[in-house]
Design a protein around this ligand. Structure first.
Ligand code: MG
Ligand code: MG
Length: 249
């Protein structure tokens, strides 16, 4: 069932979203050659806890980190590790959730570590753009398929592909609620979008094929062909005044 939120609930979700966004800012400020993904995870957890919230991902399905940190050809769900260090030229995806007064925020960014090559920075840029294309579709009466189609058609122009196996989602009291929000779809098809819907819209974009595989650690998802992948996510609400990005610092 889709949980529609009222304006008071959306106001609390805005706070959860702000804490989530700030945690990503902290991550961004600390990303550099030589930092371990565990160190980043610790900074993120400390920020969330200091803000009176809880990291949504810590312990979720047994996940051991507060953030998912995925490097280069890793798509999502990378486990923070004291033995993995970022290096110049990497692209790193940081995905964070904060649980505050009964509601979750969920947001992800892809960061460049120092100077990255032109193709990698284009992938990061196009992935972000596809999110903004997608939320133009977030209007009363449009459908979830309009969102997915907007992402897919935008990235295809650049020869990139959208991951099909993992999708965006409704969000609220639970981190993952109905409906699913795929990054592909048919315009005019799927669940009807309405005021009070809160969605985590999250393009996951591969430079090569859309095929992915899970590593033996049971979490980390990588591109099957070893190509780079980028991720961009915000929690957004459709309010009577239009679409509102909740995961803003
Ligand atoms: Mg996320
Ligand atoms: Mg999400």
């Amino acid at each position: 069932m889709i949980q529609i939120k009222n304006s008071e609930q959306i106001a609390v979700m805005k706070e959860a979203g702000r804490i989530t966004a700030e945690a990503l800012l902290v991550a961004g400020e600390n990303i550099r050659d030589g930092i371990s993904t565990k160190q980043l995870d610790t900074l993120i957890r400390e920020h969330i806890e200091k803000s009176g919230a809880k990291p949504s991902f810590l312990g979720y399905g047994g996940f051991p980190g507060s953030a998912c940190i995925s490097i280069n050809d890793e798509v999502i769900h990378g486990i923070p590790s004291a033995k993995r260090y970022l290096k110049e030229g990497d692209i790193v995806k940081v995905d964070v959730g904060a649980y505050y007064r009964g509601f979750h925020g969920d947001s992800a960014r892809t960061f460049a570590v120092g100077k990255v090559d032109e193709a990698a920075s284009r992938l990061i840029e196009v992935t972000e753009q596809s999110f903004w294309e997608a939320i133009k579709q977030m209007e009363q009466g449009k459908r979830i398929g309009d969102i997915g189609a907007a992402v897919d058609s935008h990235v295809k122009q650049f020869g990139f592909s959208t991951v099909k196996r993992y999708v965006g989602h409704g969000i609220g009291h639970a981190l993952h609620e109905q409906p699913d929000v795929p990054n592909f779809g048919t315009p005019g098809r799927g669940v009807r979008i309405c005021t009070g819907m809160v969605l985590a819209i999250e393009p996951m974009i591969n430079m090569g094929s859309d095929d992915v595989k899970t590593l033996p650690d049971g979490w980390t998802v990588k591109t099957a062909d070893g190509s780079l992948s980028a991720h961009y996510e915000n929690t957004v609400a459709l309010t009577p005044n239009g679409v509102l990005v909740l995961t803003k610092a």
